[in-house]
Design a protein around this ligand. Structure first.
Ligand SMILES: [Zn+2]
Ligand SMILES: [Zn+2]
Length: 419
């Protein structure tokens, strides 16, 4: 198979992990695995292998740490297509790589030669550039699709309470390693898979668009398309007649009319959505502006207090249920931890910055680790889960309460609301 054509099918793997894919390709070239056309030597020299290896390691590690994962997501759209473009052109295009090689070996002599070479192989070079561009575009499309899917995941689980984002990260690593093995040893299969991946991505994008349209209704006053769960139009502020309930994952639905508006506002806040227009709030901060309607969260001291007391009202029920689950060894423990981490703690944690909860979080983890060992003991074990839940809850509530205290003091001195 021609190098360039094979290079084209690298996009699904580069879209997963750009540097891991590049490192594995260089490794395969170095040890002459598989039968892909020999890339230029600079691509798999010692220095290149070390640099690519370090970048790949950084890429894999960063994706496992939430703070860095967000950073990676922000640069994904630029880095991955660039790597795809560079690899297609520099590694899989015989014209361009043969031009680059003498220049890497002896930069001073080859500048003139490069110009002559560029002119003589202009046709072939141009084709390579076009194909590299196509590969970069394909990579960008796959990266966007991946982020759409991850976005749906993140929307309902911003702190990765379910551990799904972490699991996805490991699966991506495995998939890229497996994919590159295919790419090297069975290029035809990899090529077919790429076609399949692009087709699947097209379907996912269309489906996401359809889903997005389905949960939107036009405002009767201004025509702006609001989320079905919204109480007010994000554009003109007029009240919307029939807000719908949130699903149990906190996503917008098209069925189930809301009966108690005040309660619905609180539910929206619990899922970190704007209490007026229902738009998801992206930051982990106490005060933040809605990107659609500009409303600031907890602008009203009363609303913040009501929010906290509603969560405080849930604690007895959560403790009872986790106590009951704790009676079942192992499985009950897993279910119980998932249950309280999903149903209660995020309501508080969603509004705290990571630095705010960092130190204390490790203390809580330490305490919970000790409590965990009591769980297999009959009867005493039933208390372990509620105790773990309570330490978590107390810690995050104290952080949330600190904000409330600050608000009250600021309100008294006329400094609140801010701005
Ligand atoms: Zn409107
Ligand atoms: Zn809003």
């Amino acid at each position: 198979m021609s190098g360039l054509i094979q290079g084209l099918s690298s996009s699904p793997f580069i879209a997963g992990r750009a540097f891991l894919a590049a490192f594995l390709l260089a490794l395969a070239a170095r040890f002459q695995w598989g039968d892909f056309e020999r890339p230029p030597e600079w691509f798999f020299c010692d220095a290149a292998l070390w640099v690519l290896g370090a970048l790949a390691l950084a890429e894999i590690t960063a994706d496992k740490i939430p703070e860095f994962r967000e950073l990676l997501l922000a640069v994904d759209n630029y880095v991955k297509p660039t790597v795809a473009f560079g690899i297609t052109l520099g590694v899989f295009s015989p014209e361009v790589s043969s031009l680059l090689e003498p220049m890497v070996e002896n930069p001073s002599v080859s500048q003139a030669g490069l110009l002559v070479g560029l002119q003589s192989s202009f046709g072939g070079g141009l084709l390579s550039v076009v194909l590299a561009g196509i590969n970069a575009a394909g990579t960008l499309f796959l990266v966007r699709t991946r982020n759409t899917l991850l976005g749906i995941l993140v929307e309902s689980d911003q702190d990765d309470d379910s551990g799904l984002a972490g699991m996805t990260s490991w699966m991506t690593d495995i998939y890229v390693v497996g994919g590159i093995i295919l790419f090297v040893f069975a290029p035809v299969v990899a090529f077919l898979l790429t076609g399949f991946a692009l087709a699947a991505a097209t379907w996912v994008q269309q489906e996401a668009e359809r889903r997005e349209q389905k949960v939107r209704v036009p405002c009767s006053a201004c025509g702006h398309k609001n989320l079905t769960v919204a109480l007010k139009c994000a554009k003109c502020g007029s009240a919307l007649p029939e807000p719908k309930k949130l699903s149990f994952l906190g996503t917008a639905t098209t069925s189930g009319a809301v009966s108690n508006l005040e309660q619905h506002r609180q539910s929206l806040l619990q899922w970190k959505r704007c209490p007026d227009c229902g738009t998801a709030l992206p930051k982990k901060e106490f005060y933040q502006d809605c990107s659609s309607c500009g409303l600031q969260t907890f602008r009203d001291v009363n609303e913040a207090e009501k929010y906290l007391s509603r969560i405080e009202g849930k604690i007895s029920q959560v403790l009872l249920i986790s106590g009951a689950l704790g009676l079942v060894p192992v499985l009950g423990l897993v279910a119980g931890v998932l249950y309280y981490r999903w149903s209660l703690i995020p309501n508080l944690r969603r509004y705290l910055t990571r630095t705010e909860s960092l130190g204390g979080r490790w203390v809580v983890r330490g305490i919970n680790f000790i409590i965990l060992w009591f769980q297999p003991i009959p009867l005493l074990g039933a208390l372990a889960l509620p105790a773990m839940c309570l330490t978590n809850y107390k810690f995050y509530r104290s952080r949330f309460k600190a904000h409330l205290e600050k608000m009250r003091i600021e309100a008294q001195s006329g400094e609140y609301p801010p701005r």
